[in-house]
Design a protein around this ligand. Structure first.
Ligand code: ACO
Length: 325
């Protein structure tokens, strides 16, 4: 049995409709909501985001990312033996987006399930796939982060609706004789449910509560900065590495200021941090695999390099994965 798991291909997909801050500000102005490119850039680093068309679901974005990852890995869909989709914006209440995507892909038969850990979802999903490969339960996994966050945004709340976007990213993770994933570290603390949530549910066939995102931005900011640092250090320690060994930090793309703070705490120059939040906004579970794929395809991140992936999100959930590409 092979002892390790390794990423052998990456892929991503953004829906074609791109809105710059100015485009979004102009749309919001028609509803009497005031914002500006200056405010959004200064507070978040975001300059643009993509929004999916109304009929497009997370599985539609995820399938495109998955196909690109499979092509990059040189793996056929029918050889995949595990599919995990990280999403907080599933196509349906049930079945899982992973099952819907599996059928579209033609990889029917293998286990397929969703992971719900909001913006940490991809880190959770990657760690689970790694563990399943290491036990021999799977050998070729597709791990996908896919979101249509635009569906759960309150476009009357300017403090949140300017922050998020839609998109998907995917990796093929395969059993390997040489180490790819070196260590991971996952956490959650449910006492923070209220600071970032979509407090709605289906009851009697109706949506009860508020099915739109609400967030205490400053509380999230403070918590995120602390827990990301803890997860990064714990993961490095498990692998016997230090921050100085990292070639690239690929953080969850929520806010440039959170990323700058993470880098500062690890004494890493921003030149070693992959930043895509400026062009994608916060795509929740899709943000890390989207950032990874764009860095791989641009030639910035190269095979053999040491990457630290870190995520934080609603729950509160957080974690990190250290890997050799
Ligand atoms: N445009 C213009 N003005 C705005 C906007 C906007 N879009 N949003 C808020 N403002 C105004 C506020 O009304 C307020 O005005 P006032 O002083 O007259 O009352 C002022 O700007 C400052 O508002 P704050 O909420 O205090 O702004 P802050 O500096 O905290 O920035 C932000 C808000 C960007 C949300 C920040 O708290 C943040 O980045 N938090 C992290 C949250 C995050 O990244 N979440 C992503 C999801 S969680 C995750 O992925 C981990």
């Amino acid at each position: 049995m092979k002892l390790y798991s390794r990423i052998t291909g990456t892929g991503s997909y953004l829906p074609p409709r791109r809105l710059s801050n100015a485009d979004l500000a102009a749309e919001l102005a028609t509803q009497g909501i005031e914002t500006s490119d200056d405010w959004i850039v200064e507070r978040t680093g975001i300059r643009a985001r993509h929004f999916a068309a109304p009929e497009v679901c997370s599985s539609d974005l995820g399938i495109e990312a998955a196909r690109r990852a499979l092509q990059a890995a040189g793996v056929r869909a029918q050889d995949i033996d595990l599919i995990i989709v990280a999403t907080s914006t599933p196509d349906m209440v049930f079945p899982s987006t992973a099952c819907i995507l599996q059928d579209k892909l033609g990889a029917n038969g293998c286990p397929a399930f969703d992971v719900q850990a909001v913006c940490s979802g991809f880190i959770y999903a990657l760690s689970i796939a790694d563990a399943m490969i290491k036990t021999g339960a799977a050998s070729k996994a597709l791990v996908i982060g896919a979101e249509v966050f635009s569906r759960i945004l309150n476009f009357k709340d300017r403090t949140t609706c300017v922050l998020f976007g839609d998109g998907a990213g995917a990796v093929v993770l395969e059993a390997s004789d040489t180490p790819g994933i070196l260590a991971s570290d996952l956490h959650a603390d449910g006492k923070h449910v209220g600071i970032l949530c979509v407090p709605g549910h289906v009851s009697g066939g109706q949506v009860s509560g508020k099915p739109l995102l609400q967030m205490d931005g400053q509380a999230v900011f403070k918590l995120a900065v602390g827990v990301l640092d803890e997860a990064a250090r714990a993961t490095l320690a498990k692998a016997g590495k230090t921050a100085a060994d990292i070639d690239w930090l690929i953080p969850h793309q929520a806010n440039l200021r959170i990323m700058q703070s993470s880098a500062r705490k690890l004494k890493l120059s921003m030149d070693k941090v992959i930043v895509t939040v400026d062009q994608h906004g916060n795509t929740s579970a899709a943000s890390i695999p989207l950032a990874l794929d764009s860095a791989v395809r641009s030639g910035k991140v190269k095979p053999g390099e040491l990457l630290l992936l870190e995520g934080v999100g609603g729950g509160f959930t957080w974690g990190a994965v250290l890997l050799n590409l």
